[in-house]
Design a protein around this ligand. Structure first.
Ligand code: SF4
Ligand code: SF4
Length: 384
């Protein structure tokens, strides 16, 4: 088994394992078994865990599992996820928010949460409820006291994510990413994404989502990923919107090749599922290859769009085509090429101007991207 890779979580500076842990199904199992699953993941190099769950059992499991090495974990804890009469309730009412957050600290046996998440904001009304009430003062207060080390937000709506990123208020974001969601336009209705029909909507990556990923990369807002497996729907051709099945490794790779993404939080409830997720680190390019799955699907239309999949390797001029395309997409949105994008582009070593227009890559691109032409455009844009 290869060692885990770690990525910087944007401007938080934290180094997070690219395969992280989403714990929402832990409570279905015997508590001691679930504790062992989390500990096992840690032994495989996983160091980031999400705890949005307000129920005592989930929190106790995570608390026990991380107690031995609290400093070795980066905990993503949510502010506004509360437990009322045995039910999850999302609220901004401090009467419930404060005790729920104090309960989180107590059950996790900790005095701080690394990533304090403004919990689940999918609509402008919810954003206003957060920003114009005492809720946000409480978040500030926790941050000033060092009880939360960094402020983040969780959302499923790219429009709200863009708003939060542009507000300058958050340092990272928990966002739902998978190949199917990426085709859907922004919506405040999560149920329609989870359970709605997709056939008529397959038109490549939604522009707002692509914009969000570029913006996060540009502004150094790290993304952690939820719902990367679409609740398992992508694993079955009958339920996959593409009418073709993906593997967990392909889904993980899809998320981890979006700009701005630092970690995908895989929902694991068994040791076997942990093994399947961390197997990503040793997987071959063929095993991770989601591009050919999307491209050969009966229902898709990603044609002409670069998904940064890397399927077009190798290039005789040793150009990292996916990265060059990513930096081009980042830069072309701006009136001028941002300095940070330029320096990252230059750091690639081989740049678009090294392209000899052999077009050998184009026959390997499952999405029909006119790579040689893009290289020319990129060289013009960056001047090299
Ligand atoms: S050019 Fe094609 S093969 Fe290469 S990274 Fe982009 S989509 Fe993938
Ligand atoms: S066309 Fe350019 S980018 Fe593509 S393989 Fe040839 S040299 Fe590399």
């Amino acid at each position: 088994m290869k060692a885990m890779h770690y990525r910087k979580l944007g401007k938080t500076g934290l180094m997070v394992s690219e395969v992280g842990f989403g714990g929402e199904w832990l409570e279905r199992h015997d508590a001691d078994e679930s504790v062992e699953v989390v500990k096992y993941a840690h032994s495989k190099g996983v160091n980031i865990i999400d705890c949005w769950m307000p129920d005592p059992k989930s929190r106790d499991i995570i608390g026990k599992a991380i107690a031995q090495d609290r400093q070795g974990w980066i905990v993503q804890g949510h502010i506004g996820s509360t437990w009322q009469n045995g039910q999850y309730v999302r609220t901004r009412d401090l009467k419930y928010v404060v005790p729920a957050f104090e309960d989180l600290l107590e059950r996790l046996h900790t005095d701080h949460i690394d990533l304090g998440m403004i919990h689940y904001v999918d609509s402008p009304e919810e954003w206003d409820r957060c920003m114009n009430t005492d809720y946000i003062k409480y978040v500030h207060e926790l941050h000033e006291k060092g009880v939360i080390r960094h402020i983040g937000m969780s959302t499923h709506n790219p429009r709200m994510a863009i708003k939060a990123v542009e507000s300058g208020f958050i340092e990272m974001i928990l966002f739902s990413i998978n190949p199917a969601f990426d085709m859907r336009p922004a919506t405040e209705d999560l149920d329609s994404m989870l359970f709605g029909e997709y056939q008529e909507d397959l038109a490549g990556i939604d522009p707002e989502r692509a914009q969000l990923y570029r913006l996060c990369e540009e502004k150094e807002i790290g993304i952690t990923v939820m719902k990367g497996f679409f609740g398992g729907r992508l694993f079955d051709a009958k339920t996959s919107p593409f009418r073709t099945a993906f593997t967990p490794l392909q889904c993980i790779h899809y998320s981890l090749t979006r700009p701005g993404v630092s970690s995908i939080l895989c929902g694991c409830e068994t040791i076997q599922q942990v093994d399947e997720a961390v197997a990503y680190e040793a997987a071959t390019q063929e095993e991770k290859d989601y591009a050919s799955v999307i491209a050969s699907a009966p229902l898709h239309s990603y044609n002409g769009q670069c998904t940064y999949c890397g399927h077009c390797r190798p290039c005789p001029s040793e150009i990292d085509i996916a990265m060059v395309n990513k930096f081009y997409d980042l830069a072309v949105q701006q009136p001028e090429v941002p300095e940070s994008v330029y320096s990252h582009y230059k750091a690639l070593g081989k740049t678009a101007s090294d392209c000899i227009a052999c077009r050998s890559c184009e026959s390997r691109c499952p999405f029909g991207v006119k790579i040689a032409d893009r290289m020319q455009q990129t060289a013009r844009l960056f001047g090299c």
